[in-house]
Ligand binder design. Structure first.
Ligand code: XUL
Ligand code: CO
Length: 443
């Protein structure tokens, strides 16, 4: 099968996207992403596990606070919500199979909008899950992760699991159960929690301790329910410091690690690191990945980029090979993702309104990662980089430095060694040299 369409073809005139190599000038071809090419022992397809984000790609007309979205979504024309949702799914699987990505990700309400009662909503979602199952089996495209959208509905204006009203917490639980059921029914590899409105706008009206306890309890309940249903995948928490709340409880990777350790959730939960969330927390993407990797908790990534001029969560498609190479260095050294992959949590600009724009965005982003992977692999395996880095720490490899690492020295010992050895020679950090080294391989 070349690709999958429903009754109607939505991306007419665009066929299967193939690898044509760096010399190609075909905008509908990969120049660097060759899914079968092996790098550092794995194919590119296995390294990346690329996923398309259902919400940005198929549910988003480009609305912003200043006006309605201008992008036509031809699959949104039918009156009946279930028919509309089926058409959207046809469009999604047509796009994903033409692009050749192995995975997708969704929120429950991306698949189909809620009905008037919980029972009706469950029935609707079940219908779409059955339809997705058919499409998944026909295309081979799998679910990287599912999640619940616990931030859109007005009932969640004061939070979902952290809402001060138990009635809302119960609604959140029902929705969470629904999203878990859908994920499990579609053999989802993982399940994601992103905090959304789990945070506060003002501490004056907020009992932070109680809210964070409630949040942890909801995660335990979700874990216990999913495991009871036989779910074997990982749960991921996706840190973000703010937006939509002023302060979110999952501020950054370090905050989430402390939370998971405090509530004994480290066996089941890993981190899903998003580039633009890192920069919103005034970190780099590389920093957040390194924090997760150091803890052995790097689960997955949401790939995108922010805009340095405003710092907001603009969710743009990644196109900076240098930045992505820095990220790939950490990912390769960590041995890849624990269960996850690379989800393009990225959206077209509001004024990108042609059907082919979605292709250009994804093709460019996938090629960016492919270039970054080959560069990072060379930096780690063919360049002087690993040696230069470890050389900076060579004084800990033997003698008193080694004994320090082995916890054999006391503070008094340090005083004695310092007095005996005298002032150490200055040793350059060589930052520019390191930066040039990366640039040399990014080509
Ligand atoms: C929001 C965000 C979400 C999560 C899933 O900033 O990143 O799309 O990835 O809820
Ligand atoms: Co995200």
């Amino acid at each position: 099968m070349e690709y999958l369409t429903g009754d109607q073809e939505y991306f007419k005139g665009i066929g299967k996207i193939r690898y044509e190599g760096p010399e190609s000038d075909n905008p509908y071809a990969f120049k660097f992403y060759d899914e079968n090419r092996k790098v550092a022992g794995k194919t590119m397809k296995e390294h990346f596990r690329f996923a398309v984000a259902y919400w940005h790609s198929f549910c988003n007309a480009g609305d912003d606070p200043f006006g309605a979205g201008p992008r036509p979504l031809p699959w949104e024309q039918a009156k009946d919500p279930v028919e509309r949702a089926r058409n959207k799914m046809d469009a999604a699987f047509e796009f994903m199979s033409k692009l050749g990505v192995p995975f997708f990700c969704f929120h429950d309400i991306d698949l189909v909008e809620e009905g008037p009662t919980i029972a009706q909503t469950e029935k609707r979602l079940q219908t779409l899950v059955d339809y997705a199952r058919e499409k998944k089996d026909a295309s081979g495209i799998e679910l990287l992760w599912g999640t619940a959208n616990l931030f859109n509905h007005p009932r969640y204006m004061n939070g979902a699991s952290t809402n001060p009203d138990f009635g809302v917490v119960a609604q959140a639980g029902a929705q969470l159960k629904r999203a878990l059921d859908a994920t499990i029914a579609l053999d989802g590899h993982n399940y994601v929690f992103w905090g959304g409105r789990e945070g506060y706008m003002s501490l004056l009206n907020t009992d932070m301790k109680r809210e964070v306890d409630h949040y942890a309890r909801m995660l335990e309940m979700a874990r216990d329910y999913a495991r009871k249903q036989g779910f074997k995948g990982n749960f991921f928490i996706e840190p973000k410091p703010m937006e939509p709340t002023k302060a979110q409880y999952d501020f950054d990777a370090s905050t989430v690690l402390e939370f998971l350790r405090h509530y004994n959730l480290t066996d089941d939960f890993r981190l899903n690191i998003e580039a633009n969330h890192a920069t919103l927390a005034l970190h780099t993407f590389q920093h957040e990945l390194q924090v997760a990797a150091n803890a052995g908790m790097l689960g997955s990534i949401d790939a995108n980029r922010g805009d340095p001029q405003n710092g907001w969560d603009t969710d743009q498609f990644p196109n900076n090979v240098y930045d992505v190479t820095e990220a790939m260095l950490v990912i390769l050294e960590a041995g890849g993702f624990q269960g996850g992959g690379i989800n393009f949590d990225a959206k077209l600009r509001r004024n990108s309104t042609d059907p082919d724009d979605l292709f250009h965005a994804h093709i460019g982003a996938m090629d960016t990662f492919a270039r970054a992977l080959t560069a990072a692999d060379k930096i780690l395996h063919q360049s002087e980089y690993p040696g230069l880095k470890s050389k900076r720490y060579a004084s800990f490899d033997s003698g008193p430095g080694r004994r320090f690492e082995n916890r054999e020295l006391t503070l008094e010992d340090l005083r004695g060694i310092a007095a005996e050895k005298g002032e150490p020679e200055l040793k350059s950090g060589k930052q520019e040299y390191f930066e040039n080294l990366v640039n040399y391989y990014v080509r």
